[in-house]
Design a binder for this molecule. Structure first.
Ligand code: SF4
Length: 417
């Protein structure tokens, strides 16, 4: 069995105007203790994993509470056996790692190496894909070389736009020139897998500036691209300006929904024309370059999240760590579980996840398998959606109509009843 490990680094240089993630600008003095805590959590989870499979550390089924790192690294009493899948769990091989954030490229490169070394020490690893999220302005020749030497083999760059007016209005710290420079440095360091993120719907974005960003992306030809539709979160500074008015964050310069949808659709067309395979609503890859780690989320495969706010799923339960980095570090230091929320996934939730996550992939889902597994009758709803042109169904596979991806949420609502 393969396992993905996600490591969350919640530090950013500045707070983007549209962002409402649990990330922020923290004192650099927190970086090292935070990485210490990440390494201790890896040691604790590694010990649990080796002994009893991947289980939430404070779950009743784990047979014990979360113990201090040095104690749990050498469990002194046997853990209750978990069931048939346990042996598969304890022999699981970590094949994908994703270090995301936040802006993990802000960390000293030695800290990235320390995290990966700890991971190798605690788990059986055969790394196929090790991704690091990096913002363009944080990338130097030295850092790129050190990341590569540490075992990172894929960089996901937060480009968002190639237009300096849009970048400035969004509160991004980089400019277009930084993306060109960073791409060159990464290639020189040896990276053969680079992904760019773009956002469709930034303030001041126009059809012409969007087309220009797409063309710059295609010229640099990353192996993978993600295009996200701008989501206005009420908790972000931009979202509050949309609600209450003002001009500081350019809320009045936001493109409307129709414009945003047309940006996305033109992105689909241009990327397809240049050989990128559209495999998930927001993701494209050149052949052989899909994100193996992210596919685990959409396929409901197990992953272990390490760090503040990181989520985990073991095939039965989902849990999330404390969001606040200081609270997370304090919990780990005390040997207390940082997991704050834990829930067993009910059959109904599992069915909803199968549909919601599965249909994000353009290859769709095996409807017959899902109906049988969950004893669910979905055919009449599927037929209504098919007649409306929103989905395609060949008798086995159900998928979103490629031309109607921008209304995917409506399909999910209809399908889930
Ligand atoms: S870099 Fe990412 S996580 Fe950090 S503030 Fe910007 S959008 Fe949020």
């Amino acid at each position: 069995m393969n396992l993905g490990i996600y490591v969350q680094v919640p530090f950013c240089q500045t707070k983007c105007t549209y962002c409402n993630f649990h990330t922020g600008v923290f004192a650099k003095s927190l970086y090292e203790p935070y990485v210490d805590a990440i390494c201790r959590e890896l040691a604790d989870r590694g010990a649990l994993h080796r002994t009893a499979g991947l289980v939430c550390p404070d779950s009743p089924k784990s047979g014990h509470g979360f113990r201090p790192a040095d104690e749990s690294a050498h469990p002194t009493r046997p853990l209750a056996r978990q069931g048939a899948c346990e042996d598969a769990w304890s022999s699981a091989v970590v094949d994908t790692v994703y270090i995301g954030g936040g802006t993990p490229s802000l960390l000293d490169s030695a800290e990235i190496a320390r995290i990966l070394d700890r991971l190798r020490a605690e788990f059986t690893c055969r790394f196929e894909e090790v991704t690091l999220e990096a913002d363009p302005e944080t990338i130097s020749a030295e850092k790129a070389a050190a990341w590569f030497a540490a075992g990172v083999n894929r960089i996901s760059m937060g480009v968002q736009s190639f237009n300096d007016t849009e970048l400035a209005a969004a509160g991004r710290a980089h400019r277009r020139a930084d993306v060109f420079n960073a791409s060159r440095l990464l290639r020189e360091a040896g990276f053969a897998k680079i992904s760019f993120d773009l956002i469709a719907g930034l303030p001041h974005q126009t059809a012409a500036s969007w087309a220009d960003s797409l063309e710059h992306l295609l010229r640099l030809r990353p192996e993978h691209a993600s295009v996200y539709l701008m989501e206005i979160d009420e908790g972000s500074r931009l979202g509050r300006e949309v609600l209450t008015g003002g001009s500081r964050y350019s809320a009045s310069a936001l493109p409307d929904d129709d414009a945003m949808a047309s940006f996305y659709e033109s992105g689909c067309a241009r990327l397809a024309a240049e050989g990128y395979e559209h495999y998930e609503i927001s993701n494209w890859g050149l052949p052989g370059f899909r994100s193996r780690h992210n596919l685990k989320y959409w396929r409901r495969e197990p992953y272990l999240g390490i760090g503040a706010g990181a989520h985990s799923y073991d095939g039965r339960e989902r849990w999330a760590n404390a969001h606040d980095p200081a609270a997370y570090v304090a919990a780990i230091k005390k040997g207390v579980s940082p997991a704050e929320q834990r829930e067993v996934v009910t059959p109904q939730q599992a069915l909803e996840e199968e549909l919601f996550l599965g249909l994000r992939q353009l290859e769709g889902i095996d409807l017959a398998r899902i109906e049988k597994q969950y004893n669910a009758g979905l055919r009449s709803r599927v037929e209504a959606l098919r007649q409306a042109g929103l989905v395609e169904f060949d008798g086995t596979r159900l998928r979103l109509s490629p031309a109607r991806l921008t209304v995917a949420n409506e399909v999910f609502v209809e399908l889930l009843g």
